[in-house]
Design a protein around this ligand. Structure first.
Ligand code: G6P
Ligand code: 1S3
Length: 681
């Protein structure tokens, strides 16, 4: 593929994934949040390629006519052979172009392509695995597309970046067919890692020793594993989202990644720092409303002394650390009780599981509180009216209007009825929904084992909401982002977490979080910040400690958090929010730039003047360390850092230097006394 002809400076970029304009999980978040920086860099030379999901495309994509002649010719040629496509603008920030392939129109080729995959790449594909069949059809369509595209586009170099194994089938095909593109494969997890961690395996201490083929075979995923491994080995550049997954990939996929491309976020800064604090207060008030309803009849804890903790994500009980979270909550409950704490923690678990419906109790809770609210409003109006009339009748020299009998007997009866409706015989429920498999649900069973039953004496209460949040939910009507803003602490005790968007999202919203040193995000922050706890980034050691010690560390972190004063929480939220630029794609995106430069160098070395390939890993870490008590000064700001500064791809071509990076600088610390909002201490 050593073609000096193609123009590497003015190249075309395709990003290939199954979650383009189709929300499934983390890769959708990566592509969507990154779109703005990538379109700013490439404009119309950037196109995302994905399978067409008509339902989601109908709301996310606006159809357009392609202009690039090579694209037009390629699409026409595929359409002529029966492949339906949708080209358009993805309706998100940055509005990138997308080309979606209707895989359903290509299933006629499935058997032929399965045979070809075996013949050309030695990858088997047993019958009955619909997900793999879909990956094969999609992969062959992508290879077909790229092959034709470079036939029509002869001048510009073409980079194709593939995310995750489901989009990876095209990689060995590009290599075998010698398609004149340069490729990057970015894995966001490994199949085997996810499976092994979910079982009872000491994963990290045995990474080097797994018999990977046998382990994949035992779990019935050998063919999928072959696709993933084939993709990793066929790509010009292989990358992962974190160092921990890079290490895992080296052992499980047998190729050491060339670099790490951590995930960023599309950070939207408020012009005034106190705005996000106000939003916290408003969102917290909405959580308070829910809590009052859920705990009706047991509202013996003061909202002012109540803290909201939560965990959320895909329902992977062990991998996402829910087991550890619940056990630590039980210990926290014990600690708070023993210490006579006047605080209450309401811990939410937001993880979609199989459910039938909302429970009657959950609906009733919101209904009784709403009726109480409505009744009190009526009484309020009646009292106001009476008081007004008595005041009107007042004349000089007489007593002040009487406050006796302001509430009429009828209103008193109405109020009494509402109060009786709040009587409850059992304890407030743990779960808001009827579960399909209540008796075997691992979260519920762990809660039962730990006896966290929302007893009045418990200082830690639990609410398990086994469905993603949305504002039209009748019980907890809030979108996820608003909910996160209203909480005090996110807890993500993951055992397997290649990156972990959940704590990163907390950070940019100014919500402190606890994560582990087995998550990509946790390791990244630990690497970068010396006194991370002061910034609201707590990292539980799940590498060097035994499980019991890690659980204790987690419950200690939470216990210490409950001891903070309101002012300390406000200060800490300000510091947390100040880290958000660190996670902005404007900064993180530089790693993608480097990966693309490296891919171009590898495919077209003659196009570069110096032929020394970049040194990928291994520069010293420059930590953010700043005594919090001291005012900020230029001296103690650590700037000019991108993830690559401590381990990643380096600049590849003339003219691209770290000076071009959007440097991260720690913003000035404000004096909390100067905040233009009132502190109610
Ligand atoms: C924000 C608001 C303050 C409020 C505080 C409550 O900072 O701007 O007005 O007092 O949140 O903080 P807390 O940690 O108690 O929810
Ligand atoms: C993966 O999704 P997950 O929750 O299955 O990809 C995400 C995006 O890179 C990543 O944040 C997460 O840790 C991985 O596990």
């Amino acid at each position: 593929m050593d073609s000096p002809v193609r123009d590497v400076n003015n190249h075309v970029l395709f990003e290939v994934a199954t979650e383009v304009a189709n929300r499934v999980g983390g890769i959708y978040s990566v592509l969507k949040s990154k779109a703005q920086v990538t379109t700013a860099e490439y404009g119309s030379a950037y196109t995302l390629l994905g399978p067409l999901n008509r339902n989601s495309a109908a709301v996310e994509v606006e159809e357009l006519a392609p202009k690039d002649p090579a694209l037009v010719n390629t699409i026409n040629s595929m359409n002529d052979r029966g492949i339906k496509t949708l080209y358009g603008r993805w309706l998100i920030d940055g509005a990138p172009r997308v080309l979606l392939f209707d895989t359903g129109t290509a299933y006629g080729y499935l058997d032929e392509w399965k045979g070809d995959l075996w013949a050309t790449a030695g990858i088997p594909s047993p019958p009955g695995d619909a997900e793999t069949n879909e990956a094969i059809v999609f992969g062959y369509l992508i290879a077909w597309f790229l092959g034709e595209y470079v036939f029509h586009e002869k001048k510009r170099a073409v980079i194709a970046q593939f995310h995750e194994w489901l989009a990876g089938v095209a990689l060995p095909l590009c290599k075998k067919r010698r398609i004149d593109v340069t490729t990057i494969f970015t894995t966001h997890a490994t199949l085997l890692g996810r499976y092994l961690c979910a079982g009872a395996v000491d994963f990290y201490n045995n990474l080097q020793y797994f018999d990977v083929d046998a382990e994949a075979g035992k779990r019935g995923i050998y063919h999928r594993y072959c696709i993933e491994r084939g993709a990793a080995h066929s790509a010009d550049v292989f990358t992962t989202v974190s160092h921990i997954t890079a290490y895992e990939s080296e052992h499980l996929l047998k190729r050491k990644p060339d670099g790490v491309l951590p995930n960023g976020l599309n950070v939207k800064k408020f012009s005034a720092t106190h705005e996000f604090q106000n939003l916290h207060q408003q969102a917290k008030a909405r959580i308070n409303d829910f809590v009052r309803g859920h705990f009706y009849g047991h509202n013996d804890f003061d909202p002012e002394n109540t803290l909201y903790f939560f965990t959320s994500g895909r329902y992977e009980y062990r991998n996402k650390g829910v087991d550890m979270f619940i056990e630590s909550l039980a210990r926290l409950n014990h600690k708070m009780k023993s210490a006579g704490s006047n605080m209450t923690v309401v811990a939410f678990i937001i993880m979609p599981a199989q459910t039938q419906s909302l429970t009657v109790e959950a609906l009733k809770g919101q209904a009784v509180i709403k009726s109480l609210h409505d009744t009190i409003k009526i009484i309020e109006q009646n009292v106001g009216k009476k008081l007004f009339e008595r005041s009107i009748a007042w004349h000089e020299g007489s007593d002040l209007p009487e406050d006796k009998d302001l509430i009429s007997p009828a209103d008193k009866i109405m109020l009494r009825r509402r109060l009786f409706a709040m009587k409850r015989h059992g304890l407030p429920p743990i779960v808001t929904h009827n579960m399909v498999n209540d008796a075997e649900d691992p979260v519920l069973n762990q809660i039962r084992r730990c006896q966290l039953f929302n007893h009045p004496s418990d200082r830690v209460k639990i609410v398990f909401h086994p469905e993603f949040l949305n504002s039209s939910n009748p019980v907890l009507p809030m979108d996820y982002d608003d909910f996160v803003r209203g909480t005090h602490l996110g807890v993500f005790a993951s055992y397997y977490e290649p990156w972990g968007y959940t704590p990163a999202e907390c950070t940019v919203m100014g919500v402190p979080s606890i994560t582990t040193n087995l998550s990509g995000f946790g390791c990244y922050m630990e690497e970068l910040i010396e006194n991370a706890q002061d910034y609201g980034i707590y990292i539980v050691d799940r590498r060097m400690k035994g499980v019991d010690d890690s659980v204790n560390q987690l419950s200690d972190y939470m216990f210490e958090f409950t001891k903070k004063s309101k002012r300390q929480r406000i200060n800490q939220r300000n510091r947390t929010e100040r880290l958000s630029d660190l996670l902005d794609w404007k900064r993180m995106g530089m790693e993608y730039v480097k990966a693309r430069q490296l891919a171009l160098r590898r495919a077209y070395p003659n196009a570069f003047e110096d032929d020394v390939e970049p040194d990928f890993f291994g520069q010293d870490v420059m930590k953010i360390s700043r005594p919090l008590s001291e005012p900020g000064s230029p001296r103690d700001r650590s700037g000019m850092m991108t993830p690559g500064d401590f381990a990643s791809l380096q600049e590849g071509r003339e003219g691209l230097s770290t000076e071009d990076y959007i440097a991260w600088k720690l913003p000035e610390e404000e004096d909390p006394d100067d905040f233009p909002f009132t502190l109610t201490l």
